[in-house]
Design a protein around this ligand. Structure first.
Ligand code: PXP
Length: 242
């Protein structure tokens, strides 16, 4: 069965609007786990715009399923990962001004450094994944640098799904998935997946895990909004009673 990893970055995005403690990523992780997710994913960005170091340290202790840390290869972040030892690390490219991760890594650009970093993490039993576009040469490079998994970038697929013609992007992902599996790499995918577009991706042969964040957090807001308004209305209409 395909596993669900839930990215809870945007719980921290909301918390940071008021620089306070709520909503708590730790509480979010508990709910996500109790709902049956296989793991918690967080992206420690270089500018710490949502999840921060303290969150990751606390989650490392509280998460009972597994903690997947998405990160760049910036030396201080690599050192942080070597200190806290998440269960999984997923390397992603990072540009300061992007709203979210825009494309996959170019693994060919820095093979020896990547191989060295991956070796260090794997020697401490951290599983390593690399976030790449569904391109054959990148998948072969992932094998060359000894990654355990590829996480295929589904962003273009998600955009094409919205535009109404996703068959070509789905084929690229399916072909890339087949190549990854034939090379002995584990197969994950994510980015832009939502309740409408997820099924064709979940049905790809050999898919291990999907990492999904934004659409779940957006859905959760509306799933809970009705009850939250009723709860507040009850209090202010009968203040003496509570
Ligand atoms: N996987 C990776 C590597 C990501 O960078 C992200 C976004 O942080 C996701 C999955 C989740 O994407 P989304 O929030 O669009 O579901």
């Amino acid at each position: 069965m395909v596993k669900l990893g839930v990215n809870i970055d945007h719980i921290a995005s909301i918390r940071n609007l008021r620089l306070g403690k709520l909503p708590s990523p730790v509480q979010a992780a508990e709910i996500v786990e109790s709902a049956g997710a296989a793991g918690i994913t967080v992206h420690l960005r270089e500018d710490r715009r949502h999840i921060n170091d303290g969150d990751v340290i606390t989650l490392r202790k509280s998460v009972k399923t597994k903690l997947n840390l998405e990160m760049s290869v910036a030396p201080d972040i690599v050192q942080f990962a070597l200190n806290i030892l998440p269960d999984d690390v997923c390397f992603v490219p990072e540009k300061r001004r992007e709203l979210t991760t825009e494309g996959g890594l170019d693994l060919r650009s820095d093979m020896s450094r990547m191989r060295k970093i991956i070796g260090k993490l794997k020697s401490k039993n951290v599983r390593v994944s690399v976030f790449i576009d569904p391109v054959a040469d990148q998948i072969r490079a992932a094998k060359d640098i000894d990654a355990d998994f590829v996480e295929l970038h589904t962003g273009k697929y998600a955009e094409s799904f919205t535009a109404g013609s996703y068959k070509r992007e789905l084929k690229r992902l399916t072909d890339a998935a087949g190549l990854a599996l034939s090379l002995g790499l584990g197969l994950n995918a994510g980015h832009g997946l939502d309740y409408n577009n997820v099924c064709p991706i979940a049905a790809i042969n050999g898919m291990n895990e999907l990492n999904i964040g934004y659409s779940i957090i957006c859905d959760a807001v509306f799933a809970g909004l009705f009850e939250s308004v009723v709860k507040m209305k009850k209090l202010i209409e009968n203040p003496g009673k509570y």
